[in-house]
Design a protein around this ligand. Structure first.
Ligand SMILES: NC(=O)C1=CN([C@@H]2O[C@H](COP(=O)(O)OP(=O)(O)OC[C@H]3O[C@@H](n4cnc5c(N)ncnc54)[C@H](O)[C@@H]3O)[C@@H](O)[C@H]2O)[C@@H](O)CC1
Ligand SMILES: Nc1ncnc2c1ncn2[C@@H]1O[C@H](COP(=O)(O)OP(=O)(O)O)[C@@H](O)[C@H]1O
Ligand SMILES: [K+]
Length: 507
């Protein structure tokens, strides 16, 4: 399942299922605990032989899952000690029931006793806090977790996090005192945004999603992960080159053409029928020496650009990479007045640092902005400040929240770059292109990778995809191309790796 449910959404899903009489809270807790135990043994078959386990159990239902896990491990011959946080008498009902069942079987000590615990457990189960985390962890809990992390560091101990590592915010992936990194995180029904955003992937280890029999239909605003598109979305089904659109990539002056050329080549590779590069007249020769299939048109200034845009077949415009700030401020107004599908990146964004409303006033729904964190902070300084500030009570402000707010303010699609690239539309729809876990693509951290992404989006816009879909699909293809190429990747390799990705798509 590619949807990511926030804490509130998973709670609502659980409540609705219980209210409909489909399932009880105890059933869900039992399935969750059993799911964790199964995942542990399938991930590490060597642990089936048994051993010593420490279960850290918190004051809510995450702790309840922990008591189920303690019982199930005990039943499989493990020596289990539970270290509990909080007064067991104050556990919520389902967790309390499972605490009582555990109390008949084994020992529960307080979390404060953890530093005195001796031995080397084969398995540590982190069931302190899950989706109910609402604030930073208290210092004594942080100290206990850091102590356990020290025990686990010798390599023989596996750490499994129940639902999410304790202290990691399930909605934002931000740390709230998260001092025990997991080797494996087992979550329920669907993954949560925090498993993929910000620090999530680094702290979760591997991620497994367990079906606990819930059904959900959270509506169009739910966050989704990008996924492989059906072949028909990108393959050409015949027609003339003009049926597949014509991209104009505006470029800068002499010696600054590389970024725009990367974008142009990517636009062509993703299937735009024609791509024209528009550098300054004095940079025409050097660009001509480097281009074949990409056409050239000198663009001296804004009036020249306006005349070129009289050709309505130029249906997607891409500007920013290598453009220069002065040229960007000159050309962006003309481009936006043309009301074509438009990709703004790099200099077309940073040229408006300090004066973002001069840009926002002219944006329209067919635009896509692709800021990296720095460009985002220049255009949306208040949102960047909220992302950097320590979170208050409740779910921490996330990159998803930031991208959604930015898209609403800009009135167009915003793609916030990173290993956790968020694509948000002004109507609240959002997609997350996660380059983590089995999709990790660290080779994308290379100069020019963003220019290629800009070209991919422009190419898909030219082919008629809606802005948010073009951005999401381009981001997916970008990561797949990087993964297909692997180590040693440089930006030039990305467009060349694309045909292999396109060939691999299924119907
Ligand atoms: N929602 C579902 O569908 C299911 C949830 N289950 C489990 O239930 C968990 C959620 O349970 P809860 O909502 O009870 O929440 P948690 O168990 O995550 O924690 C809630 C408790 O911790 C306290 N708390 C929050 N932040 C704190 C902090 N920083 N320091 C100290 N105390 C803090 C809260 O006041 C509350 O008492 C999930 O993560 C999952 O493990 C499963 O049992 C199965 C199904
Ligand atoms: N560690 C990483 N894992 C996955 N993708 C990454 C990583 N680092 C960067 N990227 C991606 O690479 C691209 C870099 O773009 P950008 O920062 O604009 O660089 P440049 O301007 O050099 O092209 C973005 O699409 C970003 O999402
Ligand atoms: K946990």
């Amino acid at each position: 399942m590619d949807q990511l449910l926030t804490s509130a959404q998973i709670r609502a899903t659980e409540t609705a299922a219980m209210a409909a009489g489909d399932v009880t809270g105890l059933d869900l807790m039992e399935r969750a605990g059993a799911g964790v135990v199964d995942a542990v043994f399938s991930t590490w078959p060597g642990l089936k032989a048994g051993g010593e386990a420490w279960v850290l159990a918190g004051p809510g239902n995450n702790g309840g899952d922990g008591y189920v896990i303690a019982r199930l491990l005990d039943g499989r011959g493990w020596r289990v000690t539970v270290f509990a946080l909080g007064d067991p008498a104050r556990l919520p009902p389902d967790a309390s029931a499972n605490h009582a069942r555990w109390a008949e079987l084994g020992e529960t000590r307080t979390l404060a006793a953890l530093p005195e615990a001796t031995g080397q457990p084969a398995l540590i189960v982190d069931a302190l806090f899950g989706t109910g985390l609402t604030r930073d962890l208290p210092d004594e809990v942080r100290r206990a977790l850091a102590g356990v992390a020290e025990v686990a560091r010798d390599g023989a101990t596996r750490v499994v996090a129940v639902d999410i590592p304790s202290g990691l915010c399930a909605d934002s992936g931000r740390r709230r005192g998260c001092d025990l990194p997991a080797d494996l995180t087992v979550t329920f029904h669907s993954a949560k945004p925090g498993h993929f955003l910000a620090d999530g992937p680094e702290i979760c280890g591997a991620l497994r999603v367990v079906d606990i029999g819930l059904r959900s239909d959270p509506g169009p605003e739910v966050l989704r992960l990008t996924s492989a598109p059906p072949r028909r979305v990108v393959h050409k089904s015949g027609g003339h080159k003009y049926n597949h659109g014509h991209v104009l990539v505006l470029a800068g002056g002499p010696g600054r053409g590389g970024a725009a050329r990367l974008a142009a080549r990517a636009a062509l590779r993703v299937g735009a029928g024609l791509v024209t590069l528009g550098p300054t007249p004095d940079a025409l020769g050097e660009n001509a020496a480097r281009l074949d299939a990409v056409m050239l048109a000198p663009v001296a200034d804004a009036p020249v650009l306006a005349r070129i845009l009289d050709d309505s077949r130029l249906n997607a415009l891409c500007l920013g990479p290598g453009l220069g700030h002065e040229r960007a401020r000159d050309l962006v107004p003309v481009v936006l007045a043309a009301r074509r599908a438009t990709l703004l990146d790099a200099d077309a964004l940073s040229a408006y640092s300090g004066t973002p409303s001069a840009l926002f006033d002219h944006l329209h729904p067919a635009c896509v902005l692709t800021p990296h964190d720095g460009e985002f902070a220049w255009l949306f300084p208040d949102l960047a400040d909220r992302l950097a500030a320590p979170p208050g009570d409740g779910a921490a402000f996330s990159r998803l929240d930031a991208a959604r707010a930015a898209a609403r303010r800009a009135g167009c699609t915003v793609l916030l770059k990173g290993p956790d690239t968020v694509i948000a539309a002004p109507d609240g729809r959002a997609v997350l292109n996660a380059a983590s876990y089995e999709r990790a693509a660290p080779w994308l951290a290379t100069a020019g990778a963003g220019d290629v992404l800009a070209g991919l989006i422009a190419g898909l816009l030219a082919r008629g995809l809606a802005p948010v879909n073009a951005a999401a699909l381009a981001a997916w293809l970008h990561v797949e191309a990087a993964r297909g190429f692997g180590p040693g990747l440089i930006a030039e390799d990305l467009p060349e790796a694309l045909p292999g990705v396109l060939r691999g798509l299924k119907d």
